[in-house]
Design a protein around this ligand. Structure first.
Ligand SMILES: *Cc1c(COP(=O)(O)O)cnc(C)c1O
Length: 485
């Protein structure tokens, strides 16, 4: 066992450039003027902005210091549940940076975009195979946009049959974006509760399903990290009343090569290329949330669609029933290239292995920590496991305290207080890219924190101990954006 490392991330206070400047300082100097003075009309120059004056090292150090504040998956384990922060192979980056891709203008005629179009066409086929669905649009730029697109497709299909339904079923274990997408699309969410096993029972779905319900939107594996075992039976119930089944497949990391959701009665599903298929993400960077559908929804997919004839790839816009465009050009190509490269370099055998290892790693953590953290659903989990802070409550130690203390041990905190069905949740997703040594180090840090909670809870209340920013108000900045003096 390696020694636990306290605070491996440098933590410097850093001030605004405006607070550092000094009059007359600059990053360069011009040669002496040897051409004499000229009078320049001040109107031509306009008002000179009052910029801060800095030397080159001032500027370099400022930005380097800021860059060191960022915890990233290249630094250590990033077990942020529901986000799949796996290591992203550099090979994918190399391909995404190829000039033929980065310098292609999206308005070029299709005959000059054959390489990119083939890549997209093949990626659609890979995703059809992985999900068991029948048609794909790569256009949505995130999971949430894939969801919105999928719900719009269901709505458009029902309308084309002369139906306007008003409700959508959404379980308490769905991802938070699900009810948001439903509402944004004009449906009223009907909430149902999961059962004592943490999954949906067909009876609870049957009790709310009627002819005014457009469908159900379920996350599988759900946000408890549990597999929805009754999904096929639930799909039958929904279909028998003319509704459709949306599966949120953002967390495909447990299922690749193991189960095809399409074979279980799912009508629409999105997948997050930026999670499962290995693109750097977080911090609002570009994503890609392709939406995969069964045949009956294909006519409504966003345009352009890509078709192949005689080994030529073409973009077609002439689809009378399409819901239209939902992203500029074709979506986020860079993320698609990384996903394509990832899928090809893994192949079917290793995609399956990745899912198996993701599940194994999560279960290893679950079993190794369940004596020190309360485990609300003690069953085999998928790619993530959910604990709570119940055992620490008598010391007034919360999930947030545990998360902050993990920073002291050099790990990114897990997701906390989500899913909402679990009080004081700590949601841990290790991913398959972590070695047993790293998992053991993480487990040891968590066990050490559980001991500290008993012996010295103050340590946790004051964590992170070695960072100059300790507990910031986590909603204040978002609610009160302050960008200027
Ligand atoms: C991450 C996630 C989403 C949202 O995806 P974004 O790309 O962040 O919009 C939706 N559902 C689940 C289950 C997720 O894990």
């Amino acid at each position: 066992m390696h020694e636990l490392n306290q605070c491996p991330i440098p933590s410097f206070e850093e001030f605004l450039l405006w607070e550092k400047g000094n009059k007359g300082r600059s990053g360069f100097s011009f040669p002496a003027n040897d051409t004499g003075d000229f009078d320049i009309d001040p109107d031509l120059i306009g008002e000179i902005p009052d910029l801060t004056e800095l030397s080159e090292p001032d500027v370099v150090r400022h930005y380097t210091r800021l860059s060191q504040w960022n915890f990233c998956v290249d630094l250590d384990m990033y077990p942020l549940g529901s986000c799949t922060m796996k290591y992203n192979p550099r090979l994918n980056e190399r391909q995404a940076q190829l000039k033929g891709f980065t310098e292609a203008h999206p308005l070029l005629p299709a005959r000059y975009l054959q390489g990119i179009l083939k890549l997209m066409y093949d990626l659609e086929a890979f995703l059809r195979e992985i999900t068991g669905m029948e048609a794909v649009s790569l256009q949505p730029s995130a999971g949430a946009q894939g969801e919105l697109t999928g719900i719009m497709l269901i709505d458009a299909c029902l309308r084309s049959r002369g139906e306007k339904r008003t409700k959508f079923i959404v379980p308490d274990t769905a991802h938070g974006t699900n009810p948001a997408s439903i509402t944004l699309c004009g449906f009223v969410p009907v909430n149902i509760k999961s059962n004592e096993k943490g999954i949906l029972s067909p009876e609870s779905v049957a009790s709310v399903m009627d002819e005014d319900v457009a469908g159900i939107m379920m996350t599988n594996p759900n946000t408890l990290g549990l597999y929805e075992e009754n999904i096929a039976r639930i799909a039958e119930i929904i279909h028998s009343k003319g509704g459709m089944v949306y599966c949120d497949g953002a967390n495909l990391n447990a299922l690749m090569g193991i189960v095809q959701m399409g074979s279980l009665g799912v009508d629409v599903m999105h997948v997050n290329l930026h999670k499962t298929f290995s693109s750097p993400h977080g911090g609002g960077g570009p994503g890609s949330g392709p939406v995969c559908v069964k045949k009956h929804l294909e006519p409504f997919l966003p345009v352009p669609r890509i078709i192949e004839s005689d080994r030529q790839y073409e973009l077609i816009y002439d689809c009378p029933d399409t819901i239209g465009k939902i992203h500029s050009f074709y979506g986020n190509i860079g993320v698609m290239i990384r996903a394509y490269c990832y899928i090809l370099s893994m192949g079917p055998e290793f995609l399956k292995k990745a899912s198996q290892l993701a599940v194994l790693n999560a279960n290893y953590i679950k079993e190794s920590l369940k004596d020190v953290f309360h485990l609300p659903y003690d069953r085999t989990c998928m790619h993530e496991c959910v604990f709570t802070d119940e055992k620490q409550q008598h010391q007034k130690v919360t999930a947030l305290d545990v998360a902050k203390r993990l920073i002291d041990y050099g790990f990114h905190p897990p997701t906390v207080y989500f899913p909402l069905v679990v009080k004081g949740a700590l949601m841990i997703e290790p991913t398959e890219t972590e070695s047993k040594e790293t998992l053991d180090r993480f487990i040891e840090a968590c066990r050490q924190i559980a001991r500290e909670a008993e012996e010295n809870p103050e340590l946790l209340h004051n964590a992170p101990s070695q960072h100059f920013r300790k507990r910031i108000d986590e909603t204040f900045a978002a609610r009160n954006l302050y960008l200027r003096d």
